[in-house]
Design a protein around this ligand. Structure first.
Ligand code: ZN
Length: 421
């Protein structure tokens, strides 16, 4: 169902009010409260993973500060009205007082000097002029120094929003002059719920396919905490699949991901030492076109889930898995030792590192997984430890006997034999 003229979903569904900034409520509330009490900072730093809404929030900040008719939300906080001239022009990307600078491509001292020249002019149409500097950590050292001077003497009615995915690279002198907000990765559940809403709205218009729930769940998982990636993937899949509803298989094929069911089957074969089944499953995956690197990568993530749920059965909040998957994994690992699972994680991770330099990636992955399925190395080291423990107990028992007065009697065999039992 291809629709070449359809508007990019991320643009179309960009949050237009603070109440729509899903997953970052802690930030929305603080900014709205600051607007309500007129305690606006002249510089903000928005840091967090990609696609979590940093530039959207920066545009919302520009909008709420320039809105001519603020709305009161049911919670008593102000929000953008979306109907006044300024709100409308901002939504149409046609507002002169929002200046967006991409520091990845304008990172030199000259770029900052040019900005400083313009900063001193009053806002052209709104109350505040907002400079949004995206990927600010990319600025050069001299550019940061030039920018620091502006931050030290901020012109009135100018607000800077510095957005970054890598705040560690921003000098402390800059950070100390900003009010900082950490954007969180958005939970899989929140992303999935938003995707479901959007698919419902879009498919009602007739130019967008419907999706099965499992397909959307997989897209939400692939988004890895970022709305933007989730929506781009949804866009991409909607324009490349001609049948509907879009199924999980379609998504797996396009994203080159392994399904939860496949990963469970592969790990079940490993954990139950069913090597025949393991080899059969791997062959099926190869014949479907899966690369050893992809298989190893998804398997590693699955084993990590096994490890974490084995250590802490309540850890699903951290893993953000569907509840039924978490419950099944807990059953799957119930009889395994933590050490065995940790050994499996290290082995697959090592295999992944070696696969990149291997001429025979397939053989390498296969042999590592078979060795894991045999379990001999791990079991051997465990067996050795058990044997040492038994011997220590015997030595301790002998010491006790030796300490007794009767032990001085010669030619008497120890009560506990030292030889293997
Ligand atoms: Zn407005």
């Amino acid at each position: 169902m291809s629709a070449p003229n359809r508007q990019n979903l991320y643009r179309k569904y960009r949050p237009q009010r603070f109440s729509e900034l899903s997953g970052q409520e802690h930030i929305s509330r603080t900014i709205q409260a600051a607007v309500a009490s007129d305690r606006i900072s002249h510089a903000y730093m928005f840091s967090g993973p990609r696609g979590t809404g940093k530039t959207s929030a920066a545009r919302l900040l520009a909008k709420i500060l320039n809105c001519q008719n603020l709305e009161q939300t049911p919670g008593g906080l102000p929000d953008c009205c979306r109907v006044c001239d300024n709100c409308r022009r901002i939504e149409e990307m046609n507002f002169m007082d929002i200046i967006e600078i991409d520091a990845a491509s304008n990172n030199g001292v000259e770029d900052i000097r040019q900005m400083r020249e313009k900063v001193k002019y009053r806002p052209a149409e709104g109350r505040y002029k907002i400079y949004i500097i995206d990927e600010v950590h990319m600025l050069s050292g001299s550019a940061f120094n030039a920018f620091l001077k502006t931050l030290e003497e901020p012109p009135p009615n100018v607000i800077f929003v510095l957005a970054t995915t890598d705040p560690q690279k921003v000098p402390a002198t800059i950070i100390s002059r900003c009010q900082c907000f950490d954007f969180h990765s958005v939970s899989r559940r929140t992303i999935q719920a938003r995707l479901e809403e959007i698919v419902k709205l879009e498919s009602a218009e007739g130019v967008f396919p419907t999706f099965e729930t499992e397909a959307l769940a997989m897209i939400a998982e692939c988004a890895q905490g970022g709305f933007r990636d989730g929506l781009s993937l949804l866009d991409q899949i909607a324009s490349s699949i001609s049948e509907q509803p879009v199924k999980l298989d379609h998504v797996l094929k396009l994203t080159r991901r392994l399904s939860y069911t496949t990963l469970k089957e592969v790990t079940c074969a490993i954990f139950s030492h069913d090597l025949g089944q393991l080899v059969k499953l791997l062959n099926e995956l190869y014949s479907l076109g899966y690369e050893p690197l992809t298989i190893g990568r998804d398997l590693l993530e699955y084993l990590r889930r096994c490890m974490i749920l084995k250590i802490d059965a309540e850890a699903n909040q951290l893993l953000d898995l569907p509840a039924e998957q978490a419950a099944e994994i807990k059953v799957q690992v119930a009889d395994l030792q933590v050490r065995y699972i940790i050994g499996a994680v290290s082995r697959v991770e090592r295999a992944l590192l070696n696969i990149r330099n291997s001429f025979q990636a397939r053989v390498l992955l296969e042999s590592e997984l078979i060795r894991l399925g045999l379990g001999d190395e791990i079991f051997t080291s465990e067996a050795v430890e058990k044997r040492i423990e038994q011997l220590e107990q015997k030595v301790a028992a002998l010491r006790k006997i030796a300490a007794r007065p009767s032990a001085v009697t010669p030619a008497r065999e120890p009560a506990v034999p030292v030889t293997s039992s």
